[in-house]
Design a protein around this ligand. Structure first.
Ligand code: 1BO
Length: 272
């Protein structure tokens, strides 16, 4: 599996996203994904599935160092003491002594960013996480976070797929040496019947989803597709045996639109 290097972290390019996966389904998918060769699992406190992710990790019997595990601190836990306590709770649910990557899930303008980042760096120093990063940060917030954080950040995890132009965030990540991790990388399934991706896929004997994931990885972006179907797990990692041409890459990039966002909330920042 190809990896992306970022400020000292080595992140497997494809991971299993677990947003909206719950209970037994989640534990089984995590276990099965790891059996199929996934080495990167992404969860979050707010997904309410850390316990099941932990079960799946445990059931896989892989060595801890062989799997890259990310979790995210929810915005109501950004005050320094809350951040440390809630990270400890996440580790208990995951049955781990440390995660590989701990992210601030969304910006929270009600808590000073310097304080939250100080707390995030502190939990890293305490050994609760190997690396730290942010999620859903705009370019301005990312610049601010990089300037304020006492420890290097390694990623910004944002929504990214062919229908959403993220050029500005991608450039900001590159400028700071951060990885961009794409959530909803197949646009919540909407790319499945896309005629352009299907046509490009035919030339490579790949599905539209595989072309889409390949397009991301070829830009040095990590992708964490979520699926609740076991048969899709293999399809989503079978993208390392073909290469998209420069023309194909450009054609897919041209489909992007700043208004193609699928995940938005009242508490979201003013997007780039
Ligand atoms: C509220 C969850 C968004 C993606 O992690």
């Amino acid at each position: 599996m190809q990896s992306i290097e970022a400020n000292g972290a080595t992140i497997p390019a494809i991971g299993l996203g677990t947003w909206e996966l719950r209970g037994r389904t989640c534990a089984r998918l995590v276990e099965q994904a790891l059996k199929l060769g996934y080495r990167h699992i992404d969860t979050a406190q707010v997904y309410e599935n850390e316990r099941e992710v932990g079960e799946g990790l445990h059931a896989s019997r892989l060595r801890r160092d062989d799997v890259f595990v990310t979790t995210k601190v929810w915005t109501t836990h950004f005050a320094p003491n809350d951040l440390a306590r809630s990270t400890k709770d996440s580790l208990t649910r995951l049955r781990l002594s440390e995660v590989d990557l701990l992210l601030l899930h969304w910006p929270n303008p009600h808590v000073p960013l310097a304080e939250t980042l100080g707390a995030l760096a502190h939990v890293k120093k305490l050994g609760m996480t190997r690396h730290i990063g942010v999620s859903n940060f705009t370019v301005a917030l990312l610049d601010e976070a990089v300037a304020l954080c006492p420890e290097p950040l390694v990623c910004d995890q944002v929504e990214y797929h062919p229908y959403l132009d993220q050029t500005r965030v991608k450039e900001a990540c590159a400028r700071h040496g951060l990885a961009l991790v794409a959530y909803s990388p197949v646009a919540k399934g909407r790319i499945k019947n896309d005629p352009t991706l299907a046509r490009i896929g035919q030339a490579h004997r790949k599905s539209a989803a595989q072309v889409c994931l390949r397009w991301l990885v070829q830009q040095n972006v990590c992708a964490i597709p979520r699926t609740s179907r076991i048969e899709r797990l293999s399809e989503n990692i079978d993208i390392f045996d073909f290469t998209l041409s420069d023309e194909e890459m450009l054609e897919i990039s041209a489909m992007g639109n700043p208004k193609g966002r699928l995940t938005d909330f009242g508490f979201a920042p003013k997007w780039d």
